[in-house]
Design a protein around this ligand. Structure first.
Ligand SMILES: Nc1ncnc2c1ncn2[C@@H]1O[C@H](COP(=O)(O)OP(=O)(O)OP(=O)(O)O)[C@@H](O)[C@H]1O
Length: 235
């Protein structure tokens, strides 16, 4: 069974359908990149997968024993979040909030998970530094470590390289790819940077108020829509 399956899904706001005909599945170890123009419905689909937005029709099914609170999520950053007055360690640890359940305090296991993920993303030297004093690239790394604290098998990233320069973007992509390859972490990433994202992805979902394409990256690069969106660049 797939890790995640969308069966003929649509979403609506106040009764107006804004995204329809969504039909795809993600298997363990896949790296899916969701692309499309502004307003195509990418963030809405991410919210649907996270169960933060109900489908208007169709079903979103998780498999392989994946529970909703085991999905790691790196949301689009707002200016307010960039100014968050907490230490790097506190931000990473807050990724465990969902798994705390009714407990009022973080357990030893939660704290160990935060340290382990900081180690993984080379953040230990910044442990006590204030989050808002970090560079944009470092902040994204912290948020990735935070998302990993919740992630068992699947991580969702919504526009993670917005505001990063090309070098930082490449570092971030490499880090995500390493998690995908070495840790077998399944990745779903929304990105406006189609060319950059396509380089790293295994599959592409192209939205435009409905599903315009779903398939492997190689199929996408050969497709009419892929060629058009990539500006005529083939792999
Ligand atoms: N809370 C809301 N209430 C009403 N309409 C909404 C709401 N959120 C999004 N929409 C509409 O749904 C459509 C899809 O929006 P969504 O944010 O999912 O697109 P997107 O592909 O993520 O866009 P972007 O690339 O600009 O972030 C848009 O037409 C948007 O105006």
């Amino acid at each position: 069974m797939s890790l995640l399956t969308c069966q003929n899904v649509s979403f609506a706001y106040e009764g107006n359908v804004i995204l329809s005909d969504i039909d795809f599945s993600v298997n363990q170890g896949d790296y899916l990149c969701i692309v499309g123009e502004n307003g195509a419905g990418k963030s809405t689909l991410i919210k649907g997968i996270l169960n933060l937005k109900k489908t208007f029709s169709g079903n979103i099914i998780t498999g392989e024993g994946l529970a909703q609170n085991e999905i790691g999520y790196l949301p689009q950053q707002t200016p307010v979040q960039k100014d968050f007055p907490a230490s790097v360690y506190e931000v990473v640890l807050s990724g465990r909030l969902n798994s705390c359940g009714k407990k009022l305090f973080y357990s030893k296991k939660d704290k160990e998970a935060a340290i382990e993920n900081m180690k993984k993303l080379e953040l230990l030297s910044l442990k006590n530094q204030c989050y808002r004093e970090l560079s944009g690239g470092q902040q994204q790394r912290v948020l990735l470590a935070r998302a990993l604290c919740a992630a068992k098998k699947l991580i969702l990233l919504d526009e993670p390289i917005t505001g990063l320069d090309p070098i930082m973007s490449m570092e971030f992509y490499n880090m995500v790819k390493e998690l995908n390859v070495k840790e077998k972490m399944t990745v779903i990433m929304v990105s406006h940077d189609v060319k950059g994202a396509v380089d790293f992805a295994s599959h592409i979902l192209h939205l435009g108020k409905k599903q315009l394409f779903f398939g492997t990256k190689e199929e996408y690069c050969r497709s009419v829509i892929g060629i058009r969106f990539l500006g005529g660049t083939a792999l």
